[in-house]
Design a protein around this ligand. Structure first.
Ligand code: CO8
Length: 258
């Protein structure tokens, strides 16, 4: 993959890793980071050798928010016409599972980016927050919506109205975080999760992602029907035949993503 200005990329055994790399600005998300992450994620999504993507930051910060210095002179008409931040939908359009691995600060846009993934793994030192209220604005990359769906109205209001930070344990207890690990185990845990996903059928994992995300966008009845139809369609795949044959024959499945 070509060189990027603000991220590092790596790909190994079906797992791609995107590491945000703006240490001097605590990985603040300027437009270049948005372009780099979404370009890399889109390219990995199209790469047949990749089955899962990890997005991570540094020990001190996953990302300390959208870049305040870049935004400080932004005016309404420019932001509105350019639909500022809409470019992040290129990341949520990625069909392969995305794991966000958070060490240190995940604030504002950083917390919002962490929530754009499918599985959020945090170190015991992670700190989440939506401190935009302190700047006289509000979340702009999905925080008021995804945080509310993740942790409910009471805690989301608390976070967004006071701007306070939430530690990893509270975040896990509240449903924002899937797993907490020691900082030195963060990347290995993210890689283990990604490798486990990479060992499955890519068709089935993409369907799981679509089905779970559908739970947030439809009624229960529509979601249940959608899941059922997806299930029916797996019966047309080689991976379903192989997965069930392997179970019956007491051997590991050899999925071919077909
Ligand atoms: N943007 C730009 N630069 C940043 C950011 C940021 N979000 N966060 C940190 N930095 C820079 C600092 O300015 C500093 O740079 P310099 O050395 O040149 O002064 C460097 O990173 C190190 O930061 P600190 O010295 O502040 O480090 P500390 O360890 O003392 O503090 C904190 C760490 C607590 C994380 C602190 O840096 C902080 O509070 N950062 C800002 C957090 C924040 O408010 N994030 C939300 C940003 S707004 C947003 O994400 C969505 C806005 C949506 C608006 C919609 C508009 C269209």
């Amino acid at each position: 993959m070509s060189d990027f200005e603000t991220i590092l990329t790596d790909a190994d055994q079906g797992v791609a890793t995107i590491t945000i790399n703006r240490p001097k600005a605590l990985n603040a998300l300027n437009l270049q980071v948005l372009t780099d992450i979404t370009d890399a994620a889109t390219a990995f999504d199209a790469d047949d050798d990749i089955k899962a993507i990890i997005i991570t930051g540094s020990d001190k910060a996953f990302a300390a928010g959208a870049d305040i210095k870049e935004m400080s002179d932004l005016d309404f008409s420019t932001a509105f016409k350019a639909d500022w931040f809409a470019g992040w939908t290129r990341l949520t359009d990625v069909r392969k599972p995305v794991i966000t691995a958070v060490n240190g600060f995940a604030l504002g846009g950083g917390c919002e980016l962490a929530m754009m993934g499918d599985i959020l793994v945090a170190s015991t030192k992670a700190k989440f927050g939506q401190p935009e209220i302190n700047l006289g604005v509000l979340p702009g990359m999905g925080g008021s919506q995804r945080l509310t769906r993740a942790i409910g109205k009471a805690k989301s209001m608390d976070m967004c109205l006071t701007g306070r930070m939430m530690g990893a344990e509270e975040a896990e207890r509240s449903g924002l975080v899937a797993r907490i690990v020691e900082p030195e185990e963060l990347l290995s845990t993210a890689n283990e999760i990604a490798a486990t996903i990479a060992s499955k059928s890519r068709i089935a994992s993409a369907m799981v992602k679509e089905a779970v995300n559908t739970a947030f966008e439809t009624t229960l009845e529509q979601g249940l029907r959608y899941e059922r139809r997806l299930f029916h369609s797996t019966l047309a795949t080689n991976d379903q035949s192989e997965g069930m044959a392997a179970f019956v024959e007491k051997r590991d499945a050899n999925f071919t993503d077909s």
